[in-house]
Design a protein around this ligand. Structure first.
Ligand SMILES: [Zn+2]
Length: 644
């Protein structure tokens, strides 16, 4: 029988505008359930919306709608975001659905019948917008709500109470035996010390609000919103309607939550479950909060990160990758678009994208477009293979503890090894030297590195991993493959497909001006003829400095050369540069460039040149430059500044 796995996001408060926090939790659950499916699990992934409560009632009144009409309309915001972010949830629950209302009422009645819910009266300081009583110890200054800062009101009402205190010793015992019951460890300790303190019976009904689930037999009460909301996790796997499904998934449930709601999930909910005679969750995994560019996110600051916009600008995969790679899961993190762009260019475009492009191009050029069979016993090949196989295990170990960033570090270390392997083996050199057998073995290894990379990255960047898979010429999707079935070498003989850019590099100049390239923009790539490696001393011996072009003059005898007068700050000199086909003289005047300042002087077309202006270029088949860009500093550094 298949192993089962059940993971949930919190149900999101339906009146919220979806933001980075919602996206983060949901992406983390999505990656985990995709990963588990690839590990052969029967995984069930639930998300949804919390639709009852005072605030919804008020918002609906303000809009002249019924609460039901309002939630029917706005819960779609979340569904749409999950589509955009490629979320693979199996179910989406809404607390206003009849299937849920029935379960809440049944659980309430069961607890009432066994006298774990009793009627009493509740008196306390109450925050109306937050619908919470606030204990004296938790109040802000001047009796204000610690969450929203508004003044509290003294309130007394008839209420039903859940005998939470009765089950506390049992829950403490459970957590003492299950250290992973709350993750990470800091949160576990927080919960244990709370449980060892004074846990009071919990008020679970309200007479002050109407928009909620009525209590059977006493309909002037509605169920307290948190009591209602927590039960969604059991509703969705058939607590009442599908006992077999409940048997299958409930014992393996894991809840992912923000650290602000752990008391509900790690104390109240497990106590309810113990009273009901059900298993408590295997783990509650709490993640941290996001700041934006170092500041707390708030509507008034206008710095709320819109996940729709991020996905539109940078692609869902890049956003998904960034959120899970940037911060150790459980810690707080800082979001900045420039850090996101940095990761796109370095990790995705440079590391993964280049490895794919370089490899496919070489398989096409050197092996007729078919991934060759391996061969020989080069220790380098064995090392890369061993690292790949070890990475599968390392990723699995880190995923067990929800350490997404660690898993990604392992995967990218392997991808980086692939790029280094190209530099070490220099396939173009093997080709020149006619070492066909070795060349095939190298291309074979590279193909397998990519095939495994597609599988390992698939839970994180599903869309791109599928594109990668397709370009490798493999059938189906990496997402439906089983990681445990991976055998190194089985990709041999596959005909590769057309190479396409996986992650377009973002032009930083354009990006700073606010013009981001659309994610589909093509990028020309060039397989370079590499030079032998040099050491740092060899590099340092090249003296490169920032200079300004003062004047560009034609040299009558030359079609390609300009005579440039450049200012290095400490001196002016003449340099001849073969850039005439690409610029008019007036386009060059005043431009900052980088020059090699210690190049031996040489006579070019009769003019003495003292240095070289740096440029990047592509060349046609004859070796002539096709396109050319001057290399320039991105901000105003003083003339003469050393480039290193
Ligand atoms: Zn409040």
């Amino acid at each position: 029988m298949k192993k089962t796995f059940y993971i949930t996001t919190p149900i999101y408060y339906v009146n919220d505008i979806p933001h980075i926090g919602h996206a983060y939790t949901t992406i983390a659950c999505d990656v985990m359930s995709r990963y588990k499916r690839m590990k052969g699990f029967d995984a069930h992934f639930l998300t949804g919306t919390d639709e009852h409560g005072q605030k919804i009632q008020a918002a609906a009144e303000a809009k002249g709608m019924t609460p039901q009409e309002l939630v029917d309309k706005i819960h779609v915001n979340f569904k749409e975001l999950w589509k955009v972010l490629n979320i693979s949830n199996d179910d989406f629950i809404r607390t206003t659905e009849p299937r849920h209302v029935r379960v809440v009422q049944a659980m309430f009645k069961k607890l009432m019948d066994q006298e774990d819910i009793y009627k009493g009266s509740y008196e306390g300081w109450y925050c109306v917008p937050c619908e919470t009583y606030v204990p004296e110890s938790g109040m802000g200054g001047n009796r204000t709500c610690p969450d929203c800062g508004r003044p509290l009101t003294m309130m007394r009402e008839e209420s039903y109470f859940f005998k939470a205190s009765k089950y506390v010793p049992q829950l403490i015992e459970h957590y003492e035996k299950n250290l992973q019951g709350v993750m990470p460890r800091a949160r576990y300790n927080e919960i244990m010390s709370f449980l060892r303190g004074d846990v009071r019976d919990q008020s679970v009904s309200r007479t002050t609000l109407k928009w909620g689930i009525p209590i059977p037999g006493d309909e002037k009460h509605v169920v307290y919103v948190w009591f209602d909301a927590l039960i969604n996790y059991a509703t969705a796997v058939g607590y009442l309607d599908a006992p077999e499904m409940f048997q299958k998934y409930w014992p393996v449930v894991r809840h992912m939550v923000g650290k602000d709601i752990i008391r509900f999930h790690c104390v109240i909910w497990p106590l309810m479950l113990l009273a009901l005679g059900n298993n408590v969750p295997v783990s509650v995994v709490a993640h941290g909060w996001w700041t934006v560019d170092g500041e707390k996110m708030s509507k008034s600051k206008g710095n709320v990160v819109d996940p729709f916009k991020m996905a539109e600008l940078y692609g869902a995969d890049a956003f998904r990758y960034f959120l899970l790679r940037e911060v150790p899961f459980g810690n707080d993190g800082d979001f900045s678009e420039s850090a996101l762009v940095g990761r796109i260019n370095s990790d995705l475009a440079n590391d993964l994208g280049n490895l794919l492009n370089r490899t496919l191009q070489m398989i096409v050029n050197y092996a007729g477009g078919v991934a060759p069979k391996g061969g020989g016993d080069d220790p380098l090949d064995a090392e890369v293979r061993a690292l790949g196989e070890a990475t599968l295990g390392l990723v699995d170990k880190t995923m067990e503890t929800f350490s997404y960033d660690e898993a990604l570090k392992h995967i990218w270390a392997f991808i980086g090894r692939g790029n280094k392997y190209i530099d070490e083996t220099m396939p173009w050199k093997l080709r020149k030297e006619d070492q066909g057998e070795r060349l095939n073995a190298v291309l074979h290894t590279l193909y397998e590195v990519l095939r495994l990379s597609a599988l390992l990255t698939a839970p994180y960047i599903p869309e791109s991993a599928e594109k990668l898979w397709k370009q490798l010429g493999l059938p189906g999707s990496p997402l439906t493959e089983k990681l445990d079935d991976f055998r190194w070498g089985e990709g041999a003989g596959t005909k590769v497909a057309k190479a396409e850019v996986l992650f377009p590099r973002i032009d930083l100049e354009q990006w700073r001006r606010g013009q981001v390239q659309p994610p589909s923009a093509p990028e020309a790539t060039v397989e370079p003829e590499h030079e032998p490696q040099i050491d740092i001393e060899g590099f340092r011996s090249v003296e490169m400095r920032v200079a300004r072009i003062l004047k560009a003059e034609e040299i009558p005898k030359s079609k390609k050369l300009y005579k440039l007068e450049v200012d290095l700050g400490y001196e002016k000199r003449t340099i001849c540069a073969g850039i005439k086909p690409f610029f008019k003289p007036e386009e060059l005047t005043g431009k900052r460039v980088v020059v090699v300042a210690n190049l031996k002087s040489a006579k070019l077309a009769g003019v003495e040149s003292n240095g070289m202006v740096l440029a990047a270029s592509t060349r046609d088949a004859s070796g002539a430059a096709e396109s050319l860009a001057l290399i320039a500093p991105t901000s105003d550094v003083p003339l003469g500044s050393r480039v290193s």
